[in-house]
Ligand binder design. Sequence first.
Ligand SMILES: Cc1cc2nc3c(=O)[nH]c(=O)nc-3n(C[C@H](O)[C@H](O)[C@H](O)COP(=O)(O)OP(=O)(O)OC[C@H]3O[C@@H](n4cnc5c(N)ncnc54)[C@H](O)[C@@H]3O)c2cc1C
Length: 412
Amino acid sequence: MEVLIIGAGIGGLTLGLMLHRAGIACRIAEAAPELKAVGVGINILPHASRELCALGLEDALSKVAVITREYCFFNRFGQYIYSEPAGRFAGYDVPQFSIHRGDLQMVLLDAFTARAGADKVTTGMKCTRVDYDSAQAVAYFEDVNGEPLPPQQANVVVSCEGIHSVLRQQLYPNEGQPKYSGINMWRGVTRWKPFMSGASMIRVGWHHPAKLLIYPIRNNIDAEGRQLVNWVCDIETPQYKARDWNRGGRLDDFLPAMANWHFDWLDVPEFIKSADAILEYPMVDQDPLPRWSFGRLTLLGDAAHPMYPRGANGAAQAILDCRALTDALKANANPVAALKAYEAKRLPETAKVVLANRSAPPDAILHEVYRRTGDKPFKSIDDVISREELIALSESYKRVAGYDKERLKTVG
Ligand SMILES: Cc1cc2nc3c(=O)[nH]c(=O)nc-3n(C[C@H](O)[C@H](O)[C@H](O)COP(=O)(O)OP(=O)(O)OC[C@H]3O[C@@H](n4cnc5c(N)ncnc54)[C@H](O)[C@@H]3O)c2cc1C
């Protein structure tokens, strides 16, 4: 049995590590000419962190990431609404990591090549099509110049190609454009002195005029002890450009919405103006698909269930897919049945997260306070919303996304 994984992103590399641990042969074909540390921040929530720690990666991740201590919520006037601990600080048996996507990818790549062999990852191979039936799968590739490469046969092919999946398009040629939420996102990283706990994930305001998410992703990056701090600003915006993780953004398009955000814990305009680089990304997703598995071909991660990049679930759900697919391949001698079993488990679960991210996101607390106060400052948060209601809103998202503590206690 050999699994051919298409894409060496977060899902592809994690799947490689899990299959290798299970004794299932695999290799990875990646379109990029080389694997470089690209992207900005990602959070690894406890359910996903548990899987990575079980792969023996806790030490490697702890060296490069910030161990998230707490979530904090403020309105756009800088008034404190709510906070709660995260990861081990909240009683989970694993840490939550705030990490640069590139650092996460490199930790996974180093572990995979050390364990499975460097020859198991080949770059410069863009998959263009897969022929599949119940007996075999053959993947076709081209090199970085668009020249065809020899086809590759495998027992199973898994598309871990991310949001621009060619194989999803092959399976669903009439799917159409991604759905735009009406919210555009500007993202970046800033070198800044630690503030608040130095490991806080902070959410401020609501999409009109602006919502800001901030968390540090690297510690001690220079002699002054600064951190690399990730931020994402969401603004309701009618127009947007096609999704591209590397598209550059402009300060003038979003900073004016936060011009007065001079808080005692952070001067937001100064902080944003000091960013290394600014990226722009539309909050888009795609409707859940009716199926992912076709004979010996299946989809995983963003290729299977692109969702709004909010709530740190893009990476987490990809990692959970890897665990379910590996378990299914271990349990079923017939690969076609295994891919169906994987789909039966993960498709409904991820569909719920896609839909929750649209209607009841992890920052629903901020929306509720915005709605109840009419976007005005409050005298006391207790007059606006009770602590019990705040906790209920927070727990509700964790349950849908699958990382409430009760559930993690029962899942093996
Ligand atoms: C350049 C980049 C930057 C990103 N930045 C962020 C970020 O800052 N914050 C965030 O939350 N998420 C970011 N993401 C997305 C995030 O990694 C995913 O949402 C999540 O981790 C799920 O992982 P995935 O494996 O499904 O997809 P990805 O991690 O996107 O990996 C997909 C991989 O497949 C490769 N690939 C694509 N098509 C083909 C093909 N036809 N043949 C072979 N290989 C192919 C890609 O080059 C990539 O390496 C980024 C993704 C990319 C590719």
